[in-house]
Design a protein around this ligand. Structure first.
Ligand SMILES: *Cc1c(COP(=O)(O)O)cnc(C)c1O
Length: 403
């Protein structure tokens, strides 16, 4: 699974160099954006050989594209995988991967706290095709093991989760899944390969919303899945036919974003830790969720399997949504927006971000308070973010004292 040839350099170096050389032309130091839909051949035999995969090359943009290939190679190397394929969005990566491996009558075991869109696939679309879905309380490892042991084709995890930052012990779950021959798929969007490489912990497939930390600038959508050649070829086949292909311009923007992945994620983790510490001490804050806090329920598991705790955290305010509506607009250095993982700090309630797809009742059942606010720390100077929080909280305190 882990390609030994790709283990020679550090992640920061690979993020800059990996996957690019083969796609460069005219001595340009950057990968070109190839917008051509089709590729022309004078030699009919060569055309045929490329078409059936006997020779390398490109035929048609829905299948492959040189800019897209460079992006896939880079992520493949960062995730220490043998193969990778990409998608138009993170949700396309998730849905195409699940539909590649699940058939009517199969069963899948997952956690309740997956991303809202993923949760919809489990609760709405997979039951439609008669796939049995079991969702376990996130973090209840005993229950998860018990359900997997009953037998299933796929185990799907996301760790840390968005936005509650719960952690699943990857090695522990992989061990049980192997006993029953189930495929383990992990959403690594929140951690990014800087903090965690799930393939090295035994999962079969790791996937990302490249829209978030990988791209890092909130200007391109994309998804990617990495794993063994055998598995990734099956997913690629599903995608080339069903058509959720990554566009060349987006591939270029994501490729450029990934070059600074390590720098960004390290600064985002530093800012997230400082924001978490600030919130943790504040009297108007009810709870803070960040795996880097020693008080976090899964701090020990996070420390064991992650190299850093990442840029995402969440918190609940005293006074719920009413307080949220006062605090968030008072922030100067924060987009109140649905995105995460970008260079700008972003604040947003779960009910309009990660879990906008599900109903208030469903959010309650998933254990997501209506007033929960997700924070995606950007790369700004920590002092400015803390000063901004301080003035916004002072504003909130003043408004609350008027009531
Ligand atoms: C955003 C997100 C997705 C979906 O990705 P899109 O690119 O928006 O389709 C999936 N998983 C997680 C954890 C996410 O944060």
């Amino acid at each position: 699974m882990i390609n030994e040839n790709t283990k020679k350099s550090g992640l920061g170096t690979e993020a800059v160099w990996a996957g690019e050389q083969e796609q460069r032309v005219h001595r340009a130091t950057q990968v070109p954006v190839v917008v051509s839909v089709a590729y022309a051949y004078d030699d009919m035999d060569e055309w045929y050989d490329v078409a059936i995969g006997k020779k390398p090359g490109h035929i048609y943009g829905r299948n492959t594209n040189p800019t897209v290939t460079a992006f896939e190679s880079k992520i493949r190397i960062l995730e220490r995988a043998e193969a990778a394929t990409s998608f138009s969005t993170g949700m396309a990566a998730i849905s195409n991967t699940l539909y590649t491996f699940l058939r009517p009558g199969d069963s899948v075991v997952s956690i309740k706290d997956t991303y809202g869109g993923t949760n919809k696939i489990f609760t709405e679309f997979l039951p439609n095709i008669n796939v049995d879905v079991t969702l376990v309380d996130t973090g209840d490892h005993d229950a998860l093991e018990q359900e997997i042991r009953k037998g299933c084709q796929v185990v799907y995890i996301e760790t840390p989760t968005n936005p509650t930052l719960k952690i699943t012990d990857i090695e522990r779950i992989v061990k049980v899944a192997k006993e029953v021959g189930a495929l383990v798929i992990a959403d690594n969007t929140v951690a990014s390969p800087v903090n965690q490489t799930p393939l090295t912990l035994g999962v079969d497939l790791v996937l990302h919303s490249a829209t978030k930390f990988l791209g890092g600038h909130a200007d391109a959508l994309g998804g990617v899945v990495c794993g063994s050649k055998k598995l990734v070829e099956k997913i690629y086949h599903y995608r080339e036919i069903n058509g959720a292909s990554l566009a060349p311009w987006d591939a270029y923007l994501l490729l450029r974003g990934v070059k600074t992945l390590k720098l960004r994620v390290l600064q985002q983790a530093e800012n997230a830790m400082q924001i978490a510490n600030y919130l943790d001490k504040h009297e108007l804050v009810e709870a803070v969720y960040y795996p880097g806090l020693e008080t976090h329920t899964h701090h020990d598991i996070a420390k064991k399997q992650m190299r850093g705790f990442g840029g995402l955290l969440s918190f609940a305010l005293k006074g719920g949504m009413e307080s949220v509506s006062i605090l968030l607009p008072a922030l100067k250095y924060a987009n109140c927006a649905a995105n995460l993982g970008s260079v700008e700090t972003t604040f947003g309630p779960a009910r309009t971000t990660s879990h906008v797809e599900v109903t208030p009742e469903e959010r309650k059942a998933l254990g997501i308070p209506e007033g929960l606010v997700r924070v995606s720390a950007g790369i700004e100077d920590s002092e400015d973010l803390l000063a901004d929080l301080e003035q916004a909280f002072n504003h909130l305190a003043k408004e609350m004292s008027k009531k």
